[in-house]
Design a binder for this molecule. Structure first.
Ligand code: F6R
Length: 610
């Protein structure tokens, strides 16, 4: 989703801004732009497409100036076009903005009445014109911004510059994260610290409603009440953890699939010991809260929602308490009934997903026992606003399609299941020992699965000209099928559906023909015989099957049925292991189709608008 970078320095900042934008490319965008103050004049360049196209335009000229802002835009209001790309300008002011100004139409009407005209279809242009309007009466950019934000409804992170005040940058946050990068005699801003890694590792995160005035030697911050405030400066290790290079891999997604056998042990480190779960790894209050917990409500989006669906099966099976899972964008807008003694859990790779964050905020007044975040980004909003936190240690995930974040979330949720089960005396020590040793063997099994890569490449060729695909699973493998379908659709653009295999005869069987590949996830478990019958239902109707099966299930290649043989693994970890070949399938189909694997069209890595 949109990315912001800004700088105030003595040196020229355009190359720093471009480098920052290229580090934010993974978030997904469709156009980019930059503006710097060059000798009291605003110089702006905007392009549609990749940051390299913007860089090539910038490099055709000289763009000197120590104060500047830059942006990658992911279209919300108005198509991707140069006119809609940021920075937007009004008079002497320029702005870059992430988020959505919900009452932009109302403000626009007012400004048109005041004689302003508009060049773009964006909500952002309203923001810069509103500040320009108040600058007629206010003494400086900061005061004009402070007055303007009182009128805004919606979510925003935005950075402003004014040609009349070079060496100053005003930053605001409400609903969209922004961070200040603290340098030596120079300071920076961004929507994600990753953008600023080459220039600093010291960061100040703005809180909701904060406004900051940033110059080379000073950073002043006001809170939502207008009081001058201090925010902590932190040295972030996290930004250096995620190696932002592909190494020997062709794509970040490929690297991240292969990294799973490394980041899972990282996620386990210090969280299990001697065959035991360690409930305290969920926080100091975990034992007390877990004891009281009689229900669990899990809220998340996309892939993280699928992780929640798998956790539901685990929690109900091993702990014997109810677990509900909901899509955050639904949860936040419906009336919910909260059972007494319910723990609220959010799952999010980025920790900034707007709907999940809004659901978390909503939950605070709904009578939950407390909130637990399963998250991958330590300094994210969801982490900062949750009572208990369990960090997955997947490292920076760059590929838009989530892979290692998903499997580490599952590891976290399995540890949660074991820990709450232990605290509530629902899991005996032998079950605990078996669960822990199974979890510890995940990397070994993943490495075995990765050896099937060549076989998966071969079947991927069959998918290239297909327009649809159907993924089937039963029980805890239903959400695995959902995740497999999501991976395929988002990076290969093949329409993919998932179904509980038992539902086939209630409708989807009508779709089966030789043009509809059917992918079945078939580990050896109690439901295998039922699944065999579902496979026969497909075969009897001329369907083409790809069965990802345990090597001891007795499946064999036959006619229109291909078997991808996978290790037989303990039931409890099978959703984690059987996800990996589906990630590889999606990856290889996308490669053969030649899509933009790491930045699939229309998608963004961190969905900071609702
Ligand atoms: C799919 C994918 C998305 C995210 C979703 C939630 O591969 O990555 O569906 O899972 O946008 O994002 P987080 O986990 O950051 O809250």
């Amino acid at each position: 989703m949109c990315g912001i970078v800004g700088a105030v320095a003595q040196r020229d900042v355009s190359q720093i801004l471009l480098e920052g934008l290229s580090r934010l490319e993974y978030r997904g965008y469709d156009s980019a732009g930059i503006a710097v103050i060059d000798n009291g004049k605003l110089r702006r360049i905007r392009t549609v497409g990749k940051v390299r196209e913007l860089a090539s335009e910038v490099n055709k000229t000289v763009l000197p100036g120590g104060t500047g802002i830059a942006h990658t835009r992911w279209a919300t209001h108005g198509v991707p076009s140069v006119a809609n790309a940021h920075p937007h300008v009004s008079g002497d002011i320029a702005v870059v903005h992430n988020g959505i100004i919900e009452n932009y139409a109302e403000i626009k009407d007012k400004l048109v009445g005041e004689g302003f005209s508009f060049e773009s279809d964006t909500d952002t242009e309203v923001l810069v014109k509103l500040v320009d309007y108040y600058l007629r009466t206010e003494k400086d950019l900061l005061s004009a911004v402070k007055t303007a934000v009182r009128e805004l409804k919606g979510a925003y992170g935005a950075a402003f510059i004014n040609t009349k005040e070079p060496g100053h940058l005003v930053l605001i946050r409400s609903g969209s994260p922004v961070v200040i990068g603290v340098g030596l005699g120079e300071n920076f801003v961004a929507s994600d610290p990753l953008a600023l890694m080459p220039v600093t590792h010291r960061f100040i995160y703005l809180e909701e409603g904060d406004i900051a005035d940033i110059s080379r030697f000073d950073i002043s911050i006001w809170d939502s009440q207008g009081n001058k405030t201090e925010r902590t400066t932190i040295n972030s290790d996290y930004v250096s953890v995620g190696d932002a290079s592909k190494g020997k891999y062709h794509h970040f997604m490929e690297k991240e699939i292969y990294e799973q056998s490394v980041v899972i042990p990282d996620t386990l480190e210090g969280r299990v010991n001697n065959g035991c779960f360690l409930p305290d790894s969920f926080g100091a209050r975990a034992t007390e809260l877990f004891k009281k917990t009689e229900h669990v409500k899990i809220v998340a989006c996309g892939t993280s929602f699928h992780a929640g669906m798998i956790a539901k099966s685990w929690i109900e099976e091993y702990v014997g308490i109810t677990a509900d899972v909901e899509i955050a964008s639904e949860y936040r807008y419906r009336k919910t009934v909260v059972q007494p003694d319910t723990l609220f859990i959010t799952i999010s790779q980025s920790g900034e997903t707007a709907d999940t964050l809004a659901a978390l905020r909503l939950s605070k007044n709904q009578g939950y026992l407390g909130s637990l975040a399963i998250c991958n980004v330590p300094e994210s909003s969801i982490v900062r606003e949750s009572e208990m936190v369990f960090l997955t240690r997947a490292g920076r995930e760059i590929g838009v399609a989530s892979t290692k974040a998903f499997t580490t979330q599952l590891v976290a949720l399995l540890l949660f299941t074991g820990s709450i089960g232990k605290v509530k005396n629902r899991i005996d020590s032998e079950t605990e020992r078996v669960m822990v040793s199974s979890v510890e063997r995940i990397p070994e099994y993943i490495n075995e699965v990765l050896k099937q890569d060549n076989g998966i490449v071969k079947i991927s060729l069959d998918f290239v000209n297909k327009r649809n695909a159907l993924f089937l699973g039963r029980g805890v493998m239903c959400p695995v099928a959902m995740e497999g379908a999501l991976k395929l659709k988002e990076i290969s653009y093949i329409h993919a559906e998932s179904y509980a295999a038992g539902e086939l005869k209630h409708g989807p069987l009508a779709l089966i023909d030789s043009e509809m590949p059917v992918i079945v996830i078939a580990p050896r478990n109690d439901l295998l015989e039922k699944l065999r019958s579902n496979i026969q239902e497909v075969r009897a109707r001329g369907g083409v099957l790809y069965v990802f099966a345990s090597d001891n299930c007795g499946f064999q290649d036959a006619g229109n049925m291909k078997i991808i043989s996978l290790p037989t693994v303990p039931d409890v970890i099978s959703p984690i292991i059987y996800t990996v070949p589906l990630q590889l399938l999606a990856y290889h189909v996308a490669i053969i189709k030649g899509t933009d694997v790491d930045q699939p069209r229309n998608l963004a890595k961190s969905v900071t608008v609702e």
